[in-house]
Write a protein that binds this ligand. Structure first.
Ligand SMILES: CC(C)(COP(=O)(O)OP(=O)(O)OC[C@H]1O[C@@H](n2cnc3c(N)ncnc32)[C@H](O)[C@@H]1OP(=O)(O)O)[C@@H](O)C(=O)NCCC(=O)NCCS
Length: 333
């Protein structure tokens, strides 16, 4: 039976990203934590990361990435119909970071909300935006991934601090124009049986922030790294295949894979299991660390701006985060 090619209804019309100016390399961390540059590089592939300036907040980074994406799209904030921000380290528990972005970029009183799907959040947000545009409800939607994970980790914890960096990435989505460019397929999933793999236990209704919670560092990120590593390899491999198949493509027709940037060793294993060449994986992890929901749009925009990703290229995106949540998407740029 002939393969059905997916017909895109939504396309990416502009991309942008923002990274804070301050660079913190592994040696700087090794001066205050019981770790080494060699350990971090060997176990993660990370060499340095960007860290937000004092006073800088998640919505500042998101707004900067959004302005860059709007400029790339040749649009202004007045053209936007909706803003969705994927973040789990927003400005505050309430209100949504997206409403700060709306104000900072000077958009109209358009619907603006956050999606809490951890590091898979950008793919969740893109999937939601795709529905609104496909249905004809809205024309132009700003989708942002932004995380400031360096403020969510316990600064004394060598098992989490080296993994993360701050940043934001954004895309402007609009209706496809019939040239087969756009979002070909999306697959999003969650397994609430695995909440214990990655969480911030205190700061919500389950455990309000108390002196005890603060003393126990329960308002900070806690991860089970080895388990997350294994499940990332398993799900990102299998669901990437599903997104590819749903788009009616084979791996031979893929131009690039942009995985969530958590760990180089995870990417090595996904490449081996997919049987897809390692040099086709776009990776900026060594320079940025894991930027959470921002990692895919940052890597995508970097590759668009340096010319690796060209109009018409088939790009596979995949990510996994707390929840656990995960997803994959096929996009023709
Ligand atoms: C966290 C991660 C880097 C650990 O790497 P790993 O190769 O799996 O290492 P292990 O967990 O086997 O730990 C090995 C040892 O290194 C130690 N270690 C952890 N961090 C260290 C550090 N920064 N420096 C030195 N030693 C460290 C551990 O304590 C452990 O010691 P032990 O064997 O005495 O208990 C890796 O599992 C990972 O990237 N996991 C997913 C990360 C993630 O959460 N991503 C977000 C969602 S996708």
């Amino acid at each position: 039976m002939a393969r059905q090619m997916s017909i895109p209804r939504t396309r990416i019309v502009g991309t942008g990203h923002y990274l804070p100016a301050t660079i913190v390399d592994n040696d700087a961390l090794a001066k205050r934590l019981d770790t080494t540059d060699a350990w971090i590089q060997e176990h993660t592939g990370i060499q340095r990361r960007r860290v937000a300036a004092p006073g800088e907040v998640t919505s500042d980074m998101a707004a900067a990435a959004s302005r860059a994406a709007l400029e790339a799209a040749g649009l202004t904030p007045a053209d936007l119909d909706m803003i969705i921000v994927a973040t789990t380290s927003g400005d505050s528990p309430m209100p949504a970071t997206a409403v700060h972005v709306q104000q900072k970029i000077g958009a109209d009183m358009i619907p603006s909300f956050d999606i809490a799907a951890s590091f898979a959040g950008f793919l969740y947000a893109m999937t939601v935006a795709d529905q609104f545009i496909s249905a004809g409800t809205f024309n132009t939607i700003l989708v942002v991934g932004a995380d400031m994970m360096t403020r969510l980790v316990n600064p004394e914890d060598r098992t989490t601090v080296p993994l993360f960096g701050d940043g934001a990435g954004a895309v402007v989505l609009g209706p496809a124009t019939g040239d087969n460019r756009g979002i070909l397929s999306t697959r999003i999933h969650a397994d609430g049986g695995l909440t214990g793999l990655m969480s911030v236990p205190a700061g919500g209704s389950a455990e309000p922030v108390t002196a005890d919670a603060l003393a126990g560092q329960r308002h900070r990120l806690q991860i089970k790294g080895r388990e997350l590593f294994q499940i990332s390899v398993k799900h990102l491999t299998s669901y990437s295949m599903q997104a590819l198949k749903a788009a009616g493509l084979t791996s031979a027709e893929l131009d690039w894979v942009i995985p969530h940037q958590a760990n180089r060793n995870i990417v090595d294993l996904i490449s081996a299991r997919l049987g897809y060449p390692r040099h086709k994986f776009i990776e900026d992890l060594a320079e940025t660390g894991n930027t959470g929901a921002a990692s895919i749009p940052i890597a995508l925009d970097g590759a668009v701006r340096d010319g690796r990703v060209q109009p018409g290229h088939a790009v596979l995106l995949c990510a996994l985060g707390a929840g656990i949540t995960w997803g994959a998407a096929m996009v023709r740029m």
